[in-house]
Design a protein around this ligand. Structure first.
Ligand code: M6R
Length: 610
């Protein structure tokens, strides 16, 4: 997830672009850059780190001009460096990009063969060279962008300027957001409404497959194929603060709703749907190593450790590898017996959690192979690892982790499918089913978000004054119960516990009485009968049962006080759906109680202390 912004008009554009980038910094902040046409040439300034570094560079050597583009980066391809910062230039062209080009390696090889000098590791520079090549054939910028995009597969929101066509920005979009701001004698574009809001409230939200040509006086929208589009102009009445959160009240709610997109981005270019497999180069473990691993340790903290627990189910079931889940703080507090036959997977949103980092380093010292599943490119854990599998959820601002949790689960599922195929434990037909299932997940998650929201809000109103809440789950639903409890306690400050449903009768059942809501995860899976027995046990003790169940499960309706239904899916995908109502429940309870949802008391987003 990156932020892009563009301006064409009569004002000096660099301050406007910087202002836009500041409003988009929540989308990424590892480097930033501007390209501005000064009446003769396009000048580019880029700097790694926060926006203030770019501002310092511009203060030393200002860019002037009335047409320009700007970018704030969240690295996905290529490490954090000035060379990999946007804009990227090829010939007369400067390009900024948010998204992931899936076929960039093949395009890069062809361009290099044709003599292109590619200076960065990014997929974006490939787009610049493709457009430049078309311009050299005599095409206008608009037609060159159109022709270049025909060769590109993947997600993009791009803005392009050309030296010999000044006072013009060409933009295009597929699967990454792009908004056009319609001003008086000036027009703008941006990844999100906040970037354009100080200058205009009239916007066009581009659809996938559309592009536009912006000049100071006009905005013309077409499809990428060239068909004119009569785009709808909307008037935005959000405050700037609301706009930053895309109209959501809190980042956490926004991030809950971003999960389908986070999954799409995390799996983009990694699913080989033709062969029902995972693209080997994307996993970071060679097929040879995949067959040699004797044991996997999944090491993480907090929510990431719950994703690890779901990952253990995948690795054991699909790849038949003995798998151990370790809390990073405990792992490093022992003297774990690990060595060269072991794969240690460090899972972390921030990539900076001290306990996870130290555990990863211990594992490496003992000779284990280290794979990082992290969200922040170039973070300490990524740097310490032998291989990285990035979740591409984009920056997560809310302290309570949501979109990174589901992105971590899908990364672990892809890892398990990859290992299962290489080790011969996962039949081709089953792998193909899972790959197709992964591709369907984002839409199913969207359906759950829209289908459960109202009922969960009603439940939050009903149970917001509870003193204690229990969450029960079995199999892969156990970590989801833990995650539901963690979400509720960290933002609503209600005491909540997650238990393995079968463990209830060994003690925790004593906690249940008529004042204790019990959330039972009872989806239709191999554990359903046993989950139903546990549900009955809790009900018999007077507990107020809220079931998270599969659509059409009449048995549950007969027993539970409230039932939140999720679609019936292949059981491997159930955790992705059942966690959503629990995230929403925690959010709505906290919001109703008036807590500081995005920055709950005593907590920090990144924990760099022991
Ligand atoms: O950045 P990490 O994934 O390593 O962070 C781990 C935990 O600190 C984190 O998941 C924490 O538990 C969250 N606040 C949970 O919402």
């Amino acid at each position: 997830m990156c932020g892009i912004v563009g301006y064409v008009g009569t004002k000096n554009c660099a301050p406007i672009l910087i202002d836009g980038l500041r409003r988009l910094e929540y989308r990424g902040y590892d480097s930033a850059g501007l390209a501005v046409y000064d009446g003769t040439r396009i000048n580019v300034t880029r700097a790694i780190g926060k926006l203030r570094n770019l501002e310092a560079a511009l203060a030393a050597a200002p860019l002037t001009g009335t047409t320009g583009i700007g970018h704030t980066r969240w690295a996905t391809h290529g490490r954090v460096s000035e060379a990999n910062a946007h804009p990227h230039v090829a010939g007369e062209i400067a390009v900024i990009h948010n998204g992931i080009i899936e076929n960039h390696l093949a395009l890069r090889a062809r361009l290099v063969k044709d003599g292109a000098k590619i200076l960065s590791d990014t997929d974006t520079e490939i787009i610049a060279h493709l457009i430049d090549a078309q311009c050299r054939k005599g095409l206008s910028l608009e037609d060159a962008v159109r022709a270049a995009l025909k060769e590109v597969e993947g997600a993009y929101a791009i803005a392009v300027i050309r030296k010999s066509e000044p006072q013009k920005i060409v933009v295009a979009k597929n699967a990454s957001p792009l908004v056009l701001g319609l001003g008086e004698g000036e027009n703008l574009c941006g990844s999100d409404i906040p970037a354009v809001l100080p200058y205009t409230r009239r916007v066009i939200i581009l659809e996938d497959g559309q592009m536009a040509v912006l000049t100071a006086d006009a905005v013309r929208v077409t499809t990428v194929d060239g068909t004119p589009v009569d785009a709808q102009v909307k008037t935005i009445d959000w405050s700037p603060a609301m706009a930053e959160k895309s109209g959501y009240k809190h980042f956490m709610l926004k991030e809950i709703h971003e999960q389908p997109r986070a999954i799409e981005d995390t799996v983009r270019g990694r699913l080989d749907r033709e062969n029902g497999d995972i693209v080997a180069e994307e996993i970071g473990l060679s097929p040879e190593l995949a067959t040699k691993i004797e044991r996997v340790y999944l090491v993480a903290c907090g929510t990431s450790s719950h994703a690890a627990m779901v990952g253990r189910y995948y690795l054991e079931r699909l790849a038949r590898i003995p798998t151990v889940v370790e809390l990073a703080s405990e792992f490093r507090s022992r003297d774990p017996v690990i060595g060269p036959g072991d794969l240690v997977v460090a899972i972390s949103q921030s990539g900076e959690t001290l306990d996870t980092l130290m555990a990863a380093k211990i594992a490496k010292e003992k000779g284990a192979k280290l794979l990082a599943i992290v969200n922040v490119m170039g973070s300490a854990i990524a740097r310490a690892s032998d291989a990285e599998l990035y979740t591409r959820a984009g920056p997560e601002i809310g302290v309570a982790s949501t979109k990174c949790f589901t992105a971590q689960m899908v990364a672990l599922l892809m890892l398990a499918v990859y290992l299962g195929r290489r080790r011969g434990t996962l039949p081709a037909a089953r792998a193909a089913e899972l790959v197709e299932g992964i591709a369907r997940l984002p839409q199913q998650m969207r359906d759950v978000l829209t289908g459960t929201r109202q009922l969960v809000l009603h439940l939050a109103r009903r149970y917001m004054d509870a003193r204690d809440v229990l969450f029960l789950g079995r199999g892969a639903s156990f970590p989801i119960a833990l995650e539901g409890a963690l979400k509720l306690k960290e933002i609503s400050y209600i005491h909540a516990e997650g238990y393995a449903a079968g463990e209830m009768k060994h003690g925790p059942i004593a906690l249940i009485d008529a004042n204790v809501p019990v959330v039972v995860l009872a989806p239709k899976d191999e554990h359903h009968d046993k989950s139903m027995s546990n549900l009955q046990e809790a009900k018999a003790r007077g507990g107020r049962i809220i079931a998270i169940a599969s659509e059409g499960d009449e048995d549950v309706h007969g027993l539970a006080e409230e039932v939140v239904e999720v679609p019936v899916v292949d059981p491997e995908f159930t955790p992705f759906l059942t966690v959503i109502p629990l995230q929403l429940f925690a959010y709505y309870v906290a919001d109703l109680k008036g807590t500081d949802v995005d920055q709950p008391r005593n907590l920090a987003k990144t924990v760099t202390v022991e």
